[in-house]
Design a protein around this ligand. Structure first.
Ligand SMILES: Nc1ncnc2c1ncn2[C@@H]1O[C@H](COP(=O)(O)OP(=O)(O)OP(=O)(O)O)[C@@H](O)[C@H]1O
Ligand SMILES: [Mg+2]
Length: 358
């Protein structure tokens, strides 16, 4: 089965390639968790690949939708937006419904409008925001389920991959939607343990037809959209190709280590504060840079200026190592998700960095 990439960094890795073409998915989350942003990002990714996108909005107006994502500077002009949200003129005529229940009047016409929109626009990617409005219009659960299943079949027949967006609170009692769709992505915003900050995460609760990376994966809404940091579990490596031993830059330490530090190993330098752990690490990395090994120093506590000043006093040529290509990254652990940091390390290693110190 053909996959439709999500256009969301990291999510394709979790889904092992993306959504399945023609399948329907539920994106569920509380208000403000990023459902609309994710859906729009996916549609815009489609447009880049010459796939037509249609966004059917039932709650927010098209103007509100544009306003809400204006911060990302996205060009929505090639995207078809059908606004089925209540219009002021309809609200004025609310008296017309006095003798009918809204469901009896609107249900039929809403579904018709939806089928018509898909038939006219022939989208490759469709978003319905939000699917619970259709449920609210239905006379009963049975009618809703039948109509939804028929619509999902129609979408599959038309090769139209679809995201149904839904509020997490509203969907709790709507088992029929969860059962009918091919997959469910849940978005969450949760306070950290210390309640100082909140963290966003995403979990795949259901995905017909493929294995996915299970568990909660952190994500961030950045100025360019959603970026997911998959929680990857590295496979153990059984054979080490590189058998080199590197000098620590300190003769006595090398002697104690039987020559130095072996390639591909992890060394923990530990001790009370002020004992010189960072200084030893700086000497080690400078030695590696001298030997032509690309290296990166991640500093969780110190700023570069502090490190430079201390090294200068001790005659450790850190400034020279930086000139010769040593990378220095200052990390604020309160700002970065653990998987976000790991992705940074992976990125550096994939770019050829061979020694990492922090
Ligand atoms: N330009 C931006 N940069 C970073 N984060 C943003 C930006 N714009 C919005 N956000 C974040 O995205 C959140 C809203 O995302 P979105 O509109 O996709 O949520 P939603 O799940 O669709 O909510 P609702 O259920 O209310 O429709 C905001 O609460 C805000 O935290
Ligand atoms: Mg929304």
């Amino acid at each position: 089965m053909e996959r439709v990439p999500t256009g969301v960094a990291g999510l394709d890795l979790i889904l092992k390639g993306g959504f399945f073409r023609g399948s329907s998915y539920l994106i569920v989350g509380d208000v403000g968790t990023g459902k609309t942003i994710l859906a729009l990002q996916w549609l815009l990714d489609g447009i880049k690949k010459d796939e037509k996108g249609l966004y059917v909005t039932l709650a927010e107006s098209a103007a509100q939708l544009r306003k809400n994502v204006s911060g990302f500077g996205w060009d929505l002009s090639s995207l078809k937006i059908r606004d089925f949200s209540p219009q002021p003129s309809e609200l004025n005529h609310v008296g017309d419904y006095e003798v009918f229940y809204p469901a009896e009047v609107e249900e039929e016409s809403f579904w018709q409008k939806l089928y018509q929109a898909v038939e006219e626009e022939r989208p490759d990617r469709l978003v319905l925001d939000s699917v619970t409005v259709f449920h609210d219009l239905s006379a009963n659960e049975y009618a809703f389920r039948r109509r939804l299943i028929a619509f999902i079949k129609f979408l599959l027949a038309n090769n139209c991959t679809t995201l149904f967006l839904a509020d997490a609170q509203e969907i709790k009692s709507l088992v029929s939607i969860s059962m009918a769709v091919d997959g469910i992505v849940r978005l969450r915003l949760r306070p950290s343990k210390a309640h100082f900050t909140s963290s966003r995460n995403l979990e795949i609760l259901k995905f017909r037809g493929s294995d996915v990376l299970l568990g909660e994966h952190s994500f961030r809404i950045t100025s360019s959209g959603i970026k997911v940091f998959p929680h990857l579990i590295e496979k153990p490596v059984h054979t080490l190709k590189d058998r080199r031993v590197f000098s620590s830059g300190i003769k006595e330490l090398d002697e104690m280590l039987g020559g130095g530090i072996e390639a591909g190993t992890v060394t923990l330098i530990t001790g009370p504060s002020g004992l010189g752990k960072s200084t030893i690490a700086a000497q080690l990395i400078i030695q590696l840079v001298k030997e032509g090994i690309s290296s990166v120093y991640y500093a969780f506590e110190e700023y570069l200026e502090m490190m430079l000043a201390r090294c200068e006093k001790l005659n450790i040529p850190l400034a020279q190592a930086l000139e010769n290509g040593l990378l220095f990254e200052r990390i604020n652990p309160l700002e970065l998700y653990p998987d976000e940091f790991l992705e940074m390390v992976r990125h550096h290693v994939e770019k050829g960095v061979r020694a990492v110190v922090n």
